[in-house]
Design a protein around this ligand. Structure first.
Ligand SMILES: [Ca+2]
Ligand SMILES: [Ca+2]
Length: 158
């Protein structure tokens, strides 16, 4: 429980380098995408399997920097994989301030997820890349509805 790191990564398009630097507990090391090769996902996962071993997560936090681009910070899209619905869900798209731990809530509240994916949004030809220094998940107790475990028989339903 509490802030946890991803355990593994997937770089389907081979556009990222140094991926494990995004979860090595050191903000001075980074994963990075190729210059101007935007909109290629880096998946940061609890497990390489896309089913099972999900964790209930309420927030993510990220520490990153834009290299050779704007002075404000990289423009990123961040999604999480909802293990119950088997679909990617948007957490945030926009500018993350340079070199600053930035926390984003899961918009719907906590979800059972297997991980997240991040890409740099296109910046209209600007010569740029993102340094993804660190990425973490806020793991919270799994939600259990109050009626969980009651059988229909106890309610008189045949
Ligand atoms: Ca790679
Ligand atoms: Ca790092």
């Amino acid at each position: 429980m509490g802030w946890e790191y991803p355990a593994t990564f997937i770089d389907d398009d081979s556009k990222w380098t140094g991926e494990a630097n995004a979860y090595d507990e050191d903000t001075d090391t980074h994963a990075y995408n190729r210059y101007n090769e935007t909109q290629h996902w880096l998946q940061l996962l609890f497990t390489p399997e896309m089913v099972g071993l999900a964790k209930s997560v309420s927030q993510i936090k990220i520490h990153c920097k834009e290299n050779m681009g704007s002075s404000t910070g990289p423009e990123l899209r961040i999604e999480i994989f909802d293990d119950d619905e088997s679909e990617w869900v948007l957490v945030f798209e926009g500018t993350i301030p340079d070199e600053t731990w930035t926390t984003k809530d899961i918009p719907s509240g906590p979800l059972n997820i297997t991980g997240a994916r991040v890409y740099q949004v296109s910046k209209n030809g600007m010569y740029t890349q993102v340094y993804l220094n660190e990425f973490m998940f806020n793991v919270v107790p799994a939600f259990k509805p109050a009626w969980a475990g009651r059988s229909n028989n106890l309610l008189g339903v045949a």
